[in-house]
Write a protein that binds this ligand. Sequence first.
Ligand code: NDP
Ligand code: GDR
Length: 372
Amino acid sequence: MAKCALITGITGQDGTYLAELLLSKGYEVHGVKRRASLFNTSRIDHLYQDPHEKDVRFTLHYGDLTDSTNLIRIIQEVQPDEIYNLGAMSHVKVSFDTPEYTADVDGIGTLRLLEAVRILGMTKKTRIYQASTSELYGLVQEVPQRETTPFYPRSPYAVAKMYGFWITVNYREAYDMYACNGILFNHESPLRGETFVTRKITRAVSRIALGLQDCLYLGNLSAKRDWGHAKDYVEGMWRMLQQETAEDFVLATGVTTTVRDFVRLAFAEVGIELAFEGEEDKEVARVVACNNPEYQIEVGTIVTKVDERYFRPTEVELLIGDPTKAKTKLGWEPKYDLQGLVKEMMQSDLDESRRDEYLREGGHTILKNYAE
Ligand code: NDP
Ligand code: GDR
């Protein structure tokens, strides 16, 4: 019998890669999507199967983590062997603007899901993965950060996710449920949302290289992140649910890089070398060499500036994870390095920007659409 999985957040970056992975393993995959005024399934459209066909293995259900009734209904209908709770208001900066909503979705939403499984009497049947985060470590207590490192969350997002973490542990202990937290460090891909810093950078660099945009505005360039590839991380999520007993695991690469160096790497992909100058809150990056004749940008041009609007009221300055436990117990290891990740993201954004360039040359108006 094929296993059946339910994914919340299936329309997001990780939801997409996880759905692809589980389908490739023969699973029947169900996903919860939110009702929106426009289509919001562009990442997973290639997986869509006409429900009128035979042997459909991919099904979407309308739902929302703020609504217990629909979670109970969907879980009852689907009877999943595994639930991956990836749905969240996942943007740290935005969580300062929408703290109550973030707590409701990311914190109480997790409780709603666990409670739905318990109420339905499915605690022995259904295994649950909770999308926890390295943001729980927040203000540095220890490096590299591992499963035993104390938490010190620094945003409404992280505080809400901390509730999600502990309620998952509590349901595991109180009701003997197979429920575990993946404490995942940042992971990126060409499918990353355009307002997260890596994608914002690769998208803007490709547009600057093609003359579609002049300047990229960023916040804290000195923040350090342990960036991996989302494809590697969804493999780790799946492995966490295939163990004998449920445990919490860190997934990370063990390498940390500043936002500034990520900018440098992305520009290097189009042959542009930069020099950063000025005080941190007014820092700019200037082109010092342009080595690829395809992308002609004058030496001396300023291509990035700092805009304080992207600063956070409280920042997480340094994240670097120790994935030893996942390596030892799950046999998990990342296949991508940062260079490979940047290359893939740049390639994808250059392709997308070339399509915009083509439209512009054809006389069409293209959206300015600078990702915030
Ligand atoms: P995305 O922002 O790409 O996707 C989030 C998903 O959650 C989307 O499908 C979104 O739907 C959905 N969602 C948002 N609000 C609700 C709601 N109220 N009810 C139901 N679904 C909702 O995030 P990622 O794929 O990057 O991350 C997946 C999970 O992992 C998140 O929980 C995130 O917090 C966590 N995480 C991510 C890390 C990363 O580096 N990517 C690292 C550590 C943890 P819609 O498409 O309609 O907006
Ligand atoms: P993060 O990711 O907050 O780590 O959360 P993000 O890419 O938003 O920020 C990373 C770092 O870059 C700095 N930064 C900027 N960030 C954004 N978004 N935009 C900018 O212009 C900018 N300039 C500098 C930030 O200050 C920060 O230090 C991500 C999310 O996926 C969470 O859901 C997840 O839990 C964590 O990763 C692990």
